[in-house]
Write a protein that binds this ligand. Sequence first.
Ligand code: SF4
Length: 268
Amino acid sequence: MSQGYIKEIFSSFQGEGASVEGSCYGLRQIFIRFAGCPLSQGLLGTKGCRWCDSPEAKANQPKQCLIEEKAGLQSFGGINNPVTVENILEAIRNLTTNDLHSISFTGGEPLHQPEFLEKLLILLKKENYKIYLETAYTEDIDFLKRIIHLIDFACVDVKDRSAEASLNWEMLVEREIKMCEILKNNAKVFAKTVISKSSRKEDFEVIAKLCGRIGVPIVIQIVTPPAKSNILQPTWEQIIELSGIASEYLPPDKIGISVQMHKFLDIL
Ligand code: SF4
């Protein structure tokens, strides 16, 4: 399919990750935010991730794709969805700046629109763009294997149990670690786990151990509590303890912490 549903396209800086390999933290990117995410829609038996900050995750087919008019301007025009790969290519060319590092495929869940994503990746690689994929889940492991040669950097959002993304948390984590393992065959990849005050160290240890087994770095991401939620950020003691746990399975240069820089600076 050469048409897909995109929520927005804009230029900014990558605001998540740390200084581990695979992260593009602080680097200039153009963001392609895909609409729809299976983990927001009860696919795995829950009401969806508890602290999802992406309204676009819930809407599979938004009417409009918002496109930043000029890189960094933060004002938008729009075109109707579904959009074509040519529409996106044109927007990317228009937003490309000399300091651009890579194109970030984010969401929502980019892997949820596989054929459209693949077509776009092929076109962008022909134009020598570097690709950063942000993903949390796919059922289609064969598809992931098929596109890994097109991915340069990847962040796999490995869900903490407290995110309530699945009734079968262990299965979800295994799937996400499998995705890291596959991506690692071509891309620089790291796992990101969002931690809140209600995260349990035993659960984090499960994730850290699996990351250690496949040699993939782990980033402890401090939750940004959604407005009007009762979600709390972890305490400093918790963060120190979790980093210590990670160090039982990974070397220091494969462990990091991160806050969401764009939320902190109130930018896109
Ligand atoms: S995986 Fe990400 S986009 Fe999807 S529901 Fe969870 S937090 Fe939202």
